[in-house]
Design a protein around this ligand. Structure first.
Ligand code: FMN
Length: 199
């Protein structure tokens, strides 16, 4: 039974690109035909402010890709530091191999239900999520495994993202976003540097 939407607050669509602007590793969630799944993706980015559009690489051999192509829907969740073990686990196993179970159950990842597309989304240990519709681009998908999507709803934990801005401080360290260095090693977003105009 999905938990109710918790402390997350809606993010206006015109601010949605900010959620991925700094290149965090994301969780890609999907559902089709009564099946659901989650995998990690280090390769995603905004490609348009308005309407908010993203690109995400989803390998054609993944179970995620199968469900995304069947449903036309893609969930993107932005995990925090406390989610590192689970982010690596869901990126190192396939939902195809679990039989009747799925990775949410196997790794004890509670979900909420997306308000627009009904996607399984993660809030526990996560800083933000976005519900997206696939923009079909058969050549790009086939040749580069790159899927373009349009964001239709987004929300974030206001302890770390509010008013269109991230705040990373000592008080929200568990929600500092993950950036994959490779082989299960991540660096967290943290130190903020504000550019000043040059004289
Ligand atoms: C940190 C991390 C980042 C990853 N990034 C990507 C990515 O950007 N694109 C991709 O297709 N696979 C990526 N993977 C691999 C998939 O998550 C992996 O193939 C996964 O097992 C697919 O699961 P599924 O078959 O249940 O969909 C990544 C894995 C990890 C651990």
């Amino acid at each position: 039974m999905p938990a109710t939407l918790s402390r997350f607050t809606p993010v206006p669509l015109e601010q949605a690109s900010r959620l991925l602007n700094h290149g965090p590793t994301v969780l890609v969630t999907s559902a089709a035909g009564g099946r659901r799944n989650i995998m990690s993706a280090a390769w995603s980015m905004p490609v348009e402010f308005s309407p908010p559009r993203l690109a995400v690489v989803i390998d054609k051999h993944t179970y995620t890709r199968e469900l995304v192509m069947a449903s036309g829907h893609v969930g993107i969740c932005v995990p925090g530091a406390a989610f590192a073990d689970k982010a690596y686990a869901v990126g190192s196993s396939s939902g195809r191999d679990l039989g009747a179970r799925d990775k949410f159950d196997a790794y004890a990842i509670p979900t909420v239900t997306g308000p627009v597309l009904g996607l399984p989304l993660v809030e526990e240990g996560v800083a933000a999520w976005l519900e997206c519709r696939l923009i079909p681009e058969p050549h790009t998908e086939a040749a580069y495994d790159t899927c373009f999507v349009e964001v239709v709803s987004a929300a974030a934990d206001p302890r770390v993202f509010a008013g269109g801005h991230w705040t990373f401080d000592e008080g929200n360290a568990d929600l500092h976003t993950l950036h994959h260095l490779g082989a299960g090693v991540f660096v967290c977003a943290g130190r903020t540097v504000r550019a000043k105009p040059l004289a």
